[in-house]
Design a protein around this ligand. Structure first.
Ligand SMILES: CCCCCCCCCC/C=C\CC(=O)SCCNC(=O)CCNC(=O)[C@H](O)C(C)(C)COP(=O)(O)OP(=O)(O)OC[C@H]1O[C@@H](n2cnc3c(N)ncnc32)[C@H](O)[C@@H]1OP(=O)(O)O
Length: 393
């Protein structure tokens, strides 16, 4: 009986992706203050599902189905199929399991899931040896792999490694590839005197045909996908902070496993100065790491921390003298890369997995708020000031 049920369920699921009526999120927002997804975002996600390059598997397809039903019809309101009606009973169970989840939260979860599926279906094939990996299109990101360590290097030193739209996409692709290559540790670092000056503020300079609203919508989707890659990264992730760090390059540090910094580094999140609000899950990770009042001083008032201060507050693991920084850090990482890879992965999972869904919810909420902020006069004026060379941090 179980075999027949399994075969029927597989046959049913294989047709799922063809119809929008049967399609959505692995992690559920349970109706709290999740990011508000428009009907258009939802419709786009429904269409995107049909374009997935890889079959996401029956379990995911069932979740998509259940979320679609919840998003369009609300809580399950049809009679339970009989025990022998395996297929419809499986579908009914999945929909019914969503309980009283609101239509809006279901829509959001659907869009989030599809976005994660799309990102992973675009990643290179598993087990591709790191040395054979195609480099990103531009040279603003350099990915290398040696001694069991994949290094992702921001390489735009003349602009203090500010992150362009292309770089966000390249970093996501590099993380996806590193999660599947043969390396055991992944490192993010920068070229030149800065680690990263945060979001390239000229990303806001070219407004698309849909206007400011469309720009903010696209920015929120990009930011959410970008941060999700850090939340879900399965191997030990280390930041080698070679100089000052600003904005999003600081906030995502709460999602790294280890952060090594030169004593020249500083850590600055000037969101209020820019009319913006915290991202990278920092509204959750920073209070947890350093306590709410220290987090508030950074995230609300934009206090810049020295490397030593950031270390004292738990954001940085260890600080090294600038003169010996590279030598000491890489020697240590090479030694760590000899440890058993599976054990390290499993230890990371057990440390991080409990919070993964919470982090996805926080990320969605931060992006929702930022999407509104980016359309505010306070934010537009701050960016215009920088672009017209009137203001720096
Ligand atoms: C679809 C649209 C949205 C897309 C966005 C999606 C995702 C975004 C999510 C994140 C959102 C926000 C988080 C943040 O990161 S907020 C922080 C943003 N960063 C800043 O405000 C830093 C601005 N830069 C400065 O204040 C200074 O440059 C500096 C970093 C303090 C360094 O000062 P310096 O005197 O040592 O060097 P300077 O001459 O100023 O810099 C050299 C050149 O580099 C350019 N540059 C530096 N940082 C940036 C930047 N962040 N954006 C753009 N350009 C930057 C600087 O303009 C100089 O260029 P040039 O030589 O004059 O041409």
């Amino acid at each position: 009986m179980a075999g027949l049920a399994g075969r029927l369920a597989r046959r049913w699921c294989s047709g799922l992706l063809r119809s929008p009526l049967q399609v959505p999120a692995l992690g559920l927002h349970m109706g709290g203050p999740a990011m508000r997804t428009s009907q258009k975002d939802f419709n786009n996600a429904v269409n995107q599902v049909k374009l997935l390059k890889e079959d996401p598997g029956n379990e995911v397809k069932l979740k998509l189905y259940a979320l679609y039903k919840q998003a369009t019809e609300g809580p399950c309101n049809v009679p339970k199929p009989g025990v022998l009606d395996f297929i419809n009973k499986t579908k009914w169970d999945a929909w019914n399991a969503l309980g009283s989840l609101s239509k809006e939260a279901a829509r959001q979860n659907y869009v989030d899931l599809v976005s994660r599926l799309s990102a992973s279906s675009e990643s290179p094939s598993p087990e591709a040896p790191a040395a054979d990996r195609k480099q990103p299109e531009s040279d603003t990101l350099v990915v290398t792999s040696e001694d069991g360590i994949t290094t992702i290097r921001l390489n735009r030193p003349t602009k203090k490694n500010a992150l362009t739209n292309q770089m966000y996409h390249d970093i996501m692709a590099a993380l996806q590839a590193a999660s599947k290559d043969e390396s055991v540790i992944t490192v993010l670092t920068g070229s030149g005197d800065y680690y990263c000056s945060g979001n390239d503020l000229t990303n806001f300079a070219s407004v698309p045909p849909g206007g400011l609203e469309e720009m903010a919508r696209r920015g929120a989707v990009l930011l959410r996908d970008f941060v999700n890659c850090f939340i879900d990264f399965p191997k030990p992730l280390v930041a080698v902070v070679n100089g000052p760090a600003v904005g999003i390059s600081v906030t995502v540090l709460g999602l790294f496993d280890v952060v090594y910094a030169t004593d020249r580094a500083t850590f600055h999140t000037p969101f209020s100065h820019l009319g913006q609000s915290p991202e990278g899950c920092s509204s959750y990770t920073f209070p947890k790491i350093m306590g709410s009042s220290k987090a508030a001083e950074m995230l609300i008032f934009g206090k810049k921390l020295t490397a030593q201060e950031a270390c004292a507050q738990g954001l940085v693991t260890e600080v090294f003298p600038d003169g010996t920084f590279q030598k000491e850090v890489w020697a240590r990482l090479k030694a760590y890369s000899k440890l058993p890879p599976n054990t390290m992965r499993i230890s990371k999972q057990i440390i991080r997995n409990r919070e993964r869904e919470t982090l996805h919810t926080v990320n969605a909420e931060e992006c929702r708020v930022l999407r509104e902020r980016w359309q505010s006069d306070e934010c537009m004026n701050a960016i215009a000031s920088f672009l017209s060379r009137k203001a720096k941090l």
